[in-house]
Design a protein around this ligand. Structure first.
Ligand code: FAD
Length: 460
């Protein structure tokens, strides 16, 4: 079937398998029907990470069972196709939330580990792998290995962030975090330019669990990089207004473990039933949107916001990626080190503004320290994500941005990438050779591959 990532660029023909049992995953691999295989979760990576042109794609979404939960430690064991949405749906009413979450909840446990995802709390908590106790990995030889920071540690650190190239994660144990409510107290800060946004983040992010900024990717001159900073902490139940503080005769745990005092906000959801015409999101429409968005937001302290609205604003519209039309779009996400980050951000934003291209969704945040994943993306500094519609000249333009990113010591996020070149990739990921050495030993016959792996020569 024809498959793409979330950006709908590129679209490729792949042979798709949908195992319903973990044993079927191994049987499919052993059958040798396809020249190679790659795992796929909910296809929320933007480019070609979960594509394998003319070869096998192992769709994991039917393997979504919860296997065990320890109420005293919050450790959940589940199959790798379980989505973060499913985890929240069951566990939030019981007072547990994800320790790290991306900007959409429609991501699987396997996809979250393979990309070693980061959230709005990276500056404090690091990335997803910090909360993974262990996972079972189906390796190319058919053996299942229990991997953790202590057991097969080299394979553990090659698999987190390893984009599915060491094998298929069958199930994993994740430590959830306890929360007292499904709300966040958010401080909004309106920053008139990039300097103010970065100064404010640097000076005060440590006071917040979560921090992120919407950034105007079109503003130039004195207002370049103007932003709306949104920084928040989980709201304690005792500080919620009375209308949200559910009291119940039991006022504690019901037999199912559901907390009767935990109020979960509900939000309407919309569907985008058809593609917008390509080019609908152009410089003019995006400029109008950005001007209005910046105008309606103000510096406001302690606004109470429901978790969906704070963590997953885009999930309110199913298939919002159709806004970019049939040609699709790319998300260009870079990480830049602290020392050269500011100069790098200015260079990239200035080039984008002069390019005539428009980024509808642009997000800026600070990263904490890098983790142990050999191909994990975050590094201490800043990250900028830009959505750019696919149009003529896009790829050479992205290559130009890649050079600028490299010149500032930065790197591209593989989970978003669709256009990077192999040489630039190798220069951006200094631990690539260590990854390759482990991967080569595990997979001498190249059972696992993907379109991204071939484009970037990740497994050489
Ligand atoms: C709106 C939106 C917002 C996002 N925000 C963020 C963000 O804030 N932070 C962030 O880090 N990311 C973010 N992402 C990216 C997303 O979190 C990652 O791309 C994630 O990997 C997607 O998971 P998935 O289940 O859809 O995996 P897929 O996209 O299907 O696959 C991604 C990679 O994981 C591998 N994989 C999947 N399942 C397995 C498995 N069982 N075993 C081994 N490998 C596997 C695939 O081979 C592939 O290489 C966002 C994406 C969207 C669409």
């Amino acid at each position: 079937m024809s498959l793409s990532g979330w950006g709908r660029y590129p679209v490729e023909s792949c042979h798709v398998f949908r195992p319903e049992k973990r044993s079927e995953v191994a049987a499919t691999l052993a059958s040798g029907l396809q020249s190679s295989y790659i795992a796929r979760g909910l296809g929320r990576s933007y480019g070609d990470a979960a594509l394998n042109e003319n070869a096998g794609v192992m769709w994991q979404v039917l393997l979504n069972r919860f296997l065990s939960f320890d109420h005293s430690t919050g450790v959940l064991e589940c199959e790798s196709g379980a989505s973060l949405a499913e985890i929240i749906e069951y566990f939030l009413p019981r007072g547990w939330f994800l320790p790290v979450t991306p900007g959409t909840k429609f991501v699987t446990m396997g996809g979250a580990i393979a990309a070693d995802i980061h959230g709005k709390n990276h500056h404090k908590e690091g990335s997803f792998s910090n909360f993974i106790l262990d996972f079972r990995l189906l390796t190319p030889s058919g053996e299942v290995l229990l991997c953790s920071p202590d057991a097969h540690a080299d394979i553990f650190w090659a698999t987190v962030g390893g984009m599915g190239l060491t094998g298929i994660i069958l199930n994993a144990r994740l430590r959830l975090r306890q929360v007292d409510s499904a709300y966040v107290f958010v401080d909004f800060h309106k920053a008139p330019n990039l300097e103010d946004a970065l100064e404010t983040m640097d000076a005060s992010d440590e006071r917040y669990d979560y921090s992120v900024a919407w950034i105007d990717g079109i503003a130039t001159g004195k207002t370049m990089g103007r932003s709306i900073l949104m920084r928040g902490n989980h709201a304690p139940a005792a500080e919620l207004p009375a209308r949200l503080r559910k009291s119940h005769p039991a006022n504690g745990n019901s037999q199912s473990g559901v907390r009767n005092d935990l109020s979960i906000p509900t939000h309407p959801r919309w569907n985008l039933f058809m593609d917008f015409p390509s080019g609908a999101l152009n410089r003019l429409t995006v400029k109008a949107f950005n001007t209005a968005y910046y105008a309606v937001h103000h510096t406001v302290p302690r606004e109470l916001v429901g978790f969906e609205k704070f963590f997953y604003p885009l999930d309110a519209i199913n298939q919002w990626n159709r806004m970019y039309g049939k040609r699709g779009f790319v998300q260009y996400q870079i990480a830049l080190p602290q020392a050269s980050g500011r100069a790098g951000l200015r260079t990239i934003l200035d080039r984008l503004a002069r390019s005539g291209r428009a980024s509808f969704l642009a997000v800026l945040k600070r990263f904490g320290d890098a983790g142990g994943g050999l191909l994990s993306f975050p590094m201490r500094g800043y990250t900028l994500a830009l959505d750019i519609p696919a149009a003529r000249g896009l790829v050479p333009f992205l290559h130009e941005l890649d050079r600028m990113t490299l010149d500032h010591g930065g790197r591209i996020y593989l989970a978003k990438d669709a256009a990077l070149q192999a040489g630039d990739f190798a220069a951006m990921y200094p631990r690539l050779e260590s990854f390759r050495a482990i991967q080569r030993k595990l997979d001498p016959n190249r059972v696992f591959s993907s379109s991204m792996a071939r484009r970037l020569r990740i497994v050489d």
